[in-house]
Design a protein around this ligand. Sequence first.
Ligand code: PMV
Length: 339
Amino acid sequence: MQAVKADSNRNIARARAHSNIAFIKYWGNRDQQLRLPASSSLSMNLADLYTTTEVEWSASAERDSVSIDGVPATGAVLARVQRHLHALRRRFDINQSARVTSRNNFPMGAGLASSAAAFAALTLAATAALRADVTEKELTSLARLGSGSAARSIPAGYVQWHRGDSHESSFAESIAAPEHWQLVDVIALVSRAHKSVGSTRGHASAASSILQEARIRSAGTRLAALKRALLQRDFATLARITEEESNLMHAVMMTSQPPLFYWEPQSLRIMRAVRRWRLEAGIQVCYTLDAGPNVHCICLSEHAAAVADRLGGLLPGIEILQSKVGGGATVLGRESALG
Ligand code: PMV
């Protein structure tokens, strides 16, 4: 274990991490504490959806403080961030308190993986503030302890998270740079509401569905085929597997105890339309949904405007976000204050 001395009273760093959207999903853990996933997953980072987090370690502060989007965190949110800070304190052998200031440029808890960007940015800012010498691989494993999908928001572009069987062997790495393929995520914001059942509870109930075992048994085959399609820029195959993955994950959610229904009627309308647009109108687009009702329409960049137009035609007034493929988490600076 590496011991890091926080040598002054001001050890501050600020980092930014992007959200990500998974083509091959993470749903269910083999180890709930360590967040060792039931299967490997694969995603792309979202350049235009990100969290910026500043961490200051201080010997004089009595307790951790956390502010998210200008509001002091309390209750379960504060407890979760503190659990992560404890894990980092243990790893780097320090006993200081942290002041955490975090801002999202997108709505939290609406199925846009705010926890992925949040825990990736927190992990990077916290370690940078300590001037700790950590590899990208270890950063991904540390971020995973806060939120599984956060592991995938550390490396750049298209990222695979290897499920592993221990803390060290469950890590994420980039399989292709953002420039490899200009995909765009056109997100139909069906609801901005905070989801009622968060993914941590969802992972815990995944095994109660009789479908989960079949999903996990076949996950490796789908991941290998999707990875090949991604590396060969074969959109038709990527689209087919991405939609199948999303449907499979939601089938598990719906058949778990208690059942989880994240889709809204509008989500289903969009899913059906997206398939029509691809199979009948030749628009290179497919859908995927996380633990929320918003529909991520993954498309070739030259089709993004047509997809947004059609979404507006299908559901007039619907709010739409768009994002290109993003880079990895980065340190923005040290020793400055976030407004
Ligand atoms: O990292 P978590 O615990 O928020 O889990 C994310 C789970 C999904 O977003 C539904 C799927 C995924 O792979 O991102």
